[in-house]
Design a protein around this ligand. Structure first.
Ligand code: C5P
Length: 408
């Protein structure tokens, strides 16, 4: 993993107790981390914890000869490729906004040329105070990025915005800032999840798609700098950082959303498992078995007539006026994978088809991993090994970028 050198600045709020967890998440993501903390932060989290987890000495004091002898404050400022202030208290943000250098962390922040991400955490009234608003406006205008705060129950007993974002969300936001910008300026549409087709007021026809592959693609496209719209059928997944999500339920709703979003998109990734059929006459109420008059009727099977749904992917490929928009289709097959995928690629007319074998137990629907074939219209087939879906998402987008580059 290509990690970065992150300087973690911990300021003194109650959310500092999450700093060790954040530090571990940064290390897990492959980053090297050095840590500095304000005097106040030491009251909330022991320096030894951060020192052990980062594998480097933790500094707090500016005018301490032994600390300064180990690693100088300017050296720290230069070492950092990215600074992360988490938690960022109202007081620390105010000092940053005013360019104060009255302790070690604020001095390092003034001395560094690295980009800065802050994760504010404070009492609701402090967050909403005009002074804090003005400080954030100043910092944003200087290019400081802000993640959070989240809304919820605050340690001070208040309810509202003020909680520091979860460590994983901060790491995901950082990944957006540190990621390659190979898709900067592009608009990417991703569909994900399995559509649900109503049968009556409570029942639906659905499928087992978890949405994980589509969400991983949306996250990766955002990490590469694209503006991403994720059109999602019901899933239980959180929206990836930097992604704009639109929820839909049925194939017809997905179709409308896709056509609207695809109009100015340069890449469309149709990962959703769209139901090929929907009940022709959904009942507005709940179908009740008790309403049937006789035992014979109760025992009789219930016939449901299904009607074909439009093929959104095929429509999109047909309507494309030029080759400017790159469309990727997905195919889940239970047998004859390659032959079926070749036929599908030809029938749909997409630029790339990602085919996976759903009969495999270790891959596919609802799994965290997948093994796929990538098929191109010129007959090329590339078999990717079993990979975690986020890694697979990167491989698929690498291929999309390469094919578009060759076209250009
Ligand atoms: O034909 P099949 O459902 O196997 O094709 C799968 C591909 O077509 C996926 O990319 C899926 O998102 C898309 N699809 C669609 N509209 C449908 C059915 C599938 O866009 N009605």
């Amino acid at each position: 993993m290509n990690g970065s050198r992150i300087l973690l600045v911990v300021s003194g709020g109650i959310a500092a107790y999450k700093a060790p967890e954040l530090l571990r998440a940064l290390r897990r993501a492959g980053h090297s981390v050095r840590c500095v903390m304000t005097e106040a932060a030491r009251a909330f989290v022991a320096p030894l914890v951060l020192q052990t987890l980062s594998g480097s000495p933790v500094r707090s004091a500016l005018l301490d000869t032994s600390e300064e002898g180990q690693i100088g404050h300017i050296e720290l400022a230069e070492w950092a490729e990215q600074v992360l202030v988490a938690p960022a208290t109202a007081s620390f943000l105010a000092r940053m906004a005013n360019g104060l250098a009255d302790d070690l962390p604020s001095t390092v922040l003034l001395a560094t040329r690295a980009p800065v991400l802050v994760a504010p955490a404070m009492n609701l009234n402090m967050w909403e105070h005009p002074a804090t608003r003005a400080n954030l406006t100043t910092l944003r205008a200087r290019g400081v990025e802000v993640v959070g705060p989240d809304e919820g129950e605050l340690a001070c007993g208040f309810e509202g915005p003020g909680r520091m974002s979860a460590p994983e969300a901060i790491v995901a936001h950082l990944a957006l800032l540190l990621g390659p910008s190979s898709l900067a300026g592009e608009r990417v549409v991703v569909t994900a999840g399995g559509t649900r087709e109503p049968l009556d007021a409570v029942r639906v026809l659905g499928n087992r798609s978890s949405g994980k592959m589509g969400y991983a693609l949306a996250a990766e496209a955002a990490r590469r700098g694209a503006t991403v719209r994720l059109i999602s059928a019901p899933t239980s997944l959180p929206t990836p950082a930097g992604v704009e999500r639109e929820d839909v339920e049925t194939a017809l709703e997905m179709r409308a959303a896709v056509h609207a979003a695809a109009a100015d998109a340069s890449i469309v990734l149709m990962c959703a498992a769209v139901a090929d059929f929907r009940p022709a006459n959904p009942v507005a109420r709940k179908i009740k078995k008790e309403k049937l008059d006789s035992q014979d009727e109760l025992d009789a099977p219930l016939d449901i007539t299904l009607q074909r749904n439009p093929d959104i992917l095929a429509e999109l490929c047909r309507e494309r006026s030029s080759s400017a928009r790159f469309v990727v289709g997905f195919a889940a097959e239970s047998h004859d994978l390659l032959a079926a995928a070749r036929r599908k690629l030809a029938r749909k007319g997409c630029d790339l088809l990602v085919a996976n074998d759903i009969s495999r137990r270790d891959a596919g629907f609802d799994s965290d991993d997948n093994a796929v074939l990538l098929l191109t219209p010129d007959g090329e087939v590339d078999a990717l090994p079993l990979l975690p879906k986020p890694v697979l998402a990167a491989r698929i987008l690498d291929r999309v970028e390469k094919m578009r580059g060759a076209r250009a």
